[in-house]
Design a protein. Structure first.
Length: 615
């Protein structure tokens, strides 16, 4: 079948013929740009080991192509060893729909037309499918394959591959199966703007289950308990929080033994400390006050003479990354204010935040770029990546407090630099610090910066920027609940993938990181009048608060402490045993009870004036 714009051919929809199988298509036009094509296959004779394929082929090379959460123009950016390009050893790569945040989503921009395709969630394993996006010199193909396969290799762990697999499909004579494909076509727009229509439609059509979680009040209580009862650590001159808990062979838990104490990123000491102070203000807990102040006082000693800040307490000679450094500055500005509300005057908190900003400002490049990381002596290690944008909110806060234009000018130059990368390349990079690749975490700082600029200057262009960033973040957001076998722990514990986000193209697993930008999407919804951003924010909130333990939650044989939550959920064939598809269904929920989800949950609650919106 041909799809045309007047006399111009947009593309051909093809179903590959299979001996002994007939096929028909039913086409429904959903709007001016979107079609639903239901492919029906009927066995004319008994057939085994069937492989069915449908594809939409455009007669144009792709200037940009994307499998959301999996590949952004082939993942050529970065030093990771995730799948690169669309082929593996000359063979087109196929990947399971489970790796994509919209079932089987693919997007490509040709010379004139932008094409998006996706499908529905399979009702059973029999309907599981895979996709393959195939950009060539003269054409681009969006391919759907039934049953599920990942060929020629499976990306099954960080920078690790195993042999591919193919599921089998058997049809008896007269038996039918049907598979839907959604197709949307529009004109290519600048800065990859055509993907907005596709993402709007995919969210509109998505089933949106309501996930029951604890009330905000209960989640606050549990988060504070986890900090005080399980993460609290005293070692030598250190008083603060551990980075997280690991299981013991006896079924208990212990604090991680190395890389234990971190100001931001996974450790989130500064954010937890502020929440403890807020808990004192809310509930009068002297223990919260004492532990919050002890944590901040401990870390305030980590300022270096050059204005840098030791971001990992137990690794004084380690590198200093922009994510941790920006987090330290923003949080110590806030900590100064909250400590004063608690009757504690700590001018050194504000001073050290200014010192960080002064170092970064002096080190900034002419094009606006800060850096990804430094040695403690101030030598820059590397500048690549959007992660440097984590320092922009700190610089804006320094401007608000001092009135000095130099901080605002620095923030504007850096923001423009990092935003331009997103608009030109279609992705952001290097915010997930255990990878070096395209990811979602690096965009959080861009989104937060855009809305803070808007709050300062009321320039509507910043709202438009926030929308562009939010659509990119939506390419990491799970729009559906995955269906898993009964022996999967995702099924046994009733875990919903809807509203979670994938980490990066190097780490193909889900986590609750998006809790961190819930307030921004609620704000964006109010600024634009578009309800989808609040809907997405609330979906993220509910998804991100699943399996928070009340102290009685047993997961995979381990009783979890109150307020704890694991980090990773393995929705696809990543993080499981390398041999065979879905071999270890019982271990899709990991046992790393890291600090950051609780800190993000508490920080989001601190930033929202009305918790009623989350109920």
């Amino acid at each position: 079948m041909a799809l045309k714009d007047g006399e111009t051919l947009i593309g051909l929809y093809q179903v590959l013929p299979v001996e002994g199988v007939s096929h028909t298509q039913k086409i429904e036009r959903l709007d001016d740009y979107t079609y639903k094509i239901v492919n029906s296959f009927r066995a004319l004779e008994d057939r085994e080991s069937l492989r069915l394929e449908a594809r939409f082929v455009t007669p144009s090379p792709a200037g940009f192509w994307m499998i959301p959460s999996v590949s952004y123009n082939g993942n050529e950016w970065g030093q990771g060893h995730e799948p690169k390009g669309a082929r593996e050893n000359g063979e087109w790569r196929t990947v399971s729909y489970r790796r994509t945040p919209i079932p089987g989503a693919m997007y490509s921009e040709g010379e004139r037309y932008a094409v998006a395709t996706w499908s529905d969630v399979p009702a059973s394993a029999r309907e599981d499918f895979s996709i393959s996006l195939q950009p060539e010199k003269t054409q681009t193909s969006h391919c759907y394959v039934w049953p599920e396969e990942e060929m020629p290799l499976v990306y099954d762990g960080r920078d690790h591959f195993s042999l591919g697999y193919r599921s089998t499909l058997t049809l008896k004579k007269g038996e039918r199966v049907s598979f839907p494909v959604y197709l949307q076509v529009g004109l290519v727009q600048k800065e990859h703007g055509a993907m907005r229509s596709f993402l709007d439609k995919a969210w509109e059509l998505a089933e949106k289950p309501f996930v029951e979680v604890y009330s905000p009040e209960k989640l606050w209580e549990l988060g504070i308990r986890y900090a005080k009862e399980s993460l609290w650590a005293e070692e030598g001159d250190y008083k603060g929080l551990s980075i997280g808990l690991l299981p013991t062979p006896e079924g208990g838990w212990k604090q991680r033994g190395g890389g234990k104490y971190e100001i931001g990123w996974c450790g989130q000491n500064a954010s937890y400390a502020i929440s403890l102070l807020q808990d004192y203000l809310k509930n009068g807990s002297e223990e919260s006050l004492n532990k919050g102040m002890a944590t901040l006082d401990t870390w305030s000693r980590c300022l270096l003479p050059n204005g840098l800040f030791r971001v990992r307490y137990d690794n004084p000679e380690g590198s200093i990354d922009a994510c941790n450094l920006g987090t330290a500055a923003v949080n110590f500005f806030e900590a100064y204010d909250v400590a004063r509300q608690c009757g504690k005057n700590r001018p050194e908190y504000e001073s050290l935040a200014f010192r960080i900003c002064d170092f970064v400002k002096a080190d900034q490049q002419e094009n606006g770029c800060y850096a990804k990381g430094w040695r403690p002596d101030g030598t820059c290690l590397y500048r690549e990546g959007t992660v440097g944008c984590f320092l922009v909110p700190a610089m804006l806060e320094a401007y608000k407090r001092s009135g000095k234009e130099e901080y605002l000018e620095s923030a504007e130059k850096a923001y423009d630099h990092y935003l331009l990368e997103l608009k030109e390349k279609g992705f952001t990079t290097a915010g997930a610090l255990d990878t070096w690749c395209i990811d979602k975490e690096s965009s959080l700082s861009l989104l937060r910066s855009a809305l803070r600029f808007y709050a300062l200057e009321k320039d509507p262009d910043y709202v438009e920027d926030a929308l562009a960033i939010s659509y990119y973040l939506s390419t990491w957001l799970w729009h559906y609940d995955g269906v898993y076998p009964e022996d999967s722990d995702l099924t046994q514990y009733g875990f919903h993938t809807f509203g979670t986000t994938s980490v990066s193209v190097q780490h193909n697993h889900l986590d609750p990181y998006a809790l961190y930008w819930v307030p921004e999407w609620i704000e964006l919804s109010a600024l634009t009048g578009d309800p989808q951003w609040q809907e997405k924010a609330l979906a993220i909130w509910r998804a991100g608060n699943q399996l928070v333990s009340d102290g009685n939650l047993m997961v995979n044989g381990h009783l979890r402490p109150a307020g704890s939550q694991n980090e990773a959920y393995f929705e696809c064939q990543w993080g499981l045993a390398a041999a065979g598809a879905y071999k270890d269904e019982g271990y899709r929920i990991n046992n790393w009870l890291v600090a950051w989800p609780g800190a993000f949950r508490l920080e989001t609650l601190r930033r929202l004036d009305d918790w009623q919106i989350l109920k």
